[in-house]
Design a protein. Sequence first.
Length: 514
Amino acid sequence: MATAYLNCRIKDSDDTAFLVEDHLITKTGSDEEIRKLIAGGDETVELNGMYVVPGFADTHMHLLGLGEYLSSLMLNHCTDSRQILELTKNRLQTLKEGEWLLGRGYHDDLEIDRQALDAISTEVPIVLTRACGHVASVNSKALEAAGISEETEIEEGDIDFKRGIVKENALRLLKKAMKEPDESRLQEYIRKGAEYCSARGITAVGSDDLVSFNSSYQVPLKAFEHMALKNEMNVRVSEQCEFHDPEEFSRFLDDGYTAGVGNEAFVIGPLKLILDGSLGARTAAMSEPYSDDPDTCGILIYDDTTVETFFRLAQRYNMPVISHAIGDAALDQILRVYEENMYEGNPLHNGLVHCQIMRRDQLEKILKLNLNCYIQTLFIDYDAGIVNERVGERTEYSYPFRTLYENVLTSNGSDAPVELPDPLKGIELAVTRTSLSNGKAMNMNEALTVRQALDSYTDKAYEQLGLENCGRIAEGYNADFAVLSENPLETDIPDIHKIQVMMTVMDGRTVFEK
Ligand SMILES: [Zn+2]
């Protein structure tokens, strides 16, 4: 049985209709041409002139983390701490015996301390994680459960015991103490995350999940693999594999995994390294102190030797490395490792995730080394309001999205659950570079055009993920597409984020319909 999609406009095509058979687009053409091919029993879908794009690809996120976030207490819309505490108190009533109270998503300017959370409960462990995921506020019960005392010290992490603020590597102590979700729970998270993606027109993601919980990488990996085997994935995943240390990565390679293992529903992608923290939490590693905190330069997660060990191991197995670097000191570290160890021209597609605070010499080096860049234009919404305070004049070469886009392979994403995935909002922010929430702008000479921004979620994104059979509405391609209420290229820029996703089809299956 085939399905004919009729009377639409198609990105990068003059055709107005196309035919989908099984999971492939088998023919594109005029309405007349496609109608002729329809046989009895075939389905027709009338699209009333709406705009069809290849399904968006979000090239860096945490799908499991997104699903967990959607299942937990979401605090992303909170504007003051009173609201957060109120919601936390209400959530307490809904918990089952033995469950921790987990919340996430409030921004860094809101301070929650241990005393406030103890007032809600001293019996149930409470962990509220900030939007960036690098800092959490906890109550006394959570500290006790994690075995954290006034004396606890942790490398590349920080614990403010009195106020109950836990940062970076210290968060692992909390994760260790929590009950591990089993495979069926993980699959529930994957389904939830995928469902959210489908509603935003996303059909493929680069996703970083292997250290989402304290378990070995095998547990989340199996959850994905089993769903892919049974054809249950509603979003394609290229896994950005993160590990706690090089030894764990080495075991993964010994198990026979490397980039390209898997199928089009779930495939092993690059090795992912997290080198520093976040700008909001002032844990991004800077070469000079923060402008609004002269005592802090942020946190580098690994020493140089460990980063190099990871890199050389990956390269030996032809696995690209992509590195989370937000501050310029993290960038210095990884650029040094890339420069000294990488093949000329970067044939393996090693890259950088975030590309935020940098100096001119670093930007030049990124272009010279031809690094692949994974940007998040959605971050502008929040960061435009804090970047000047945090780094002052260092903003000049920061978030240089246009320069990157025009010179090296650059694709977009959300880093969900840091920001909720939303390609249309991401496209608008890439162009306006102006926060929708506070109206502040970031150096406008680095704005993308609408065309570039749209491609950063489609053509460039598929190239980045290496999904060669996706990303076009053309014969022989996978039937992965989204139907939009309007064409972003013809919409007033401030209205782009209001365009609606009307339908999403992945692998020939309708996974979302309004
Ligand atoms: Zn991330």
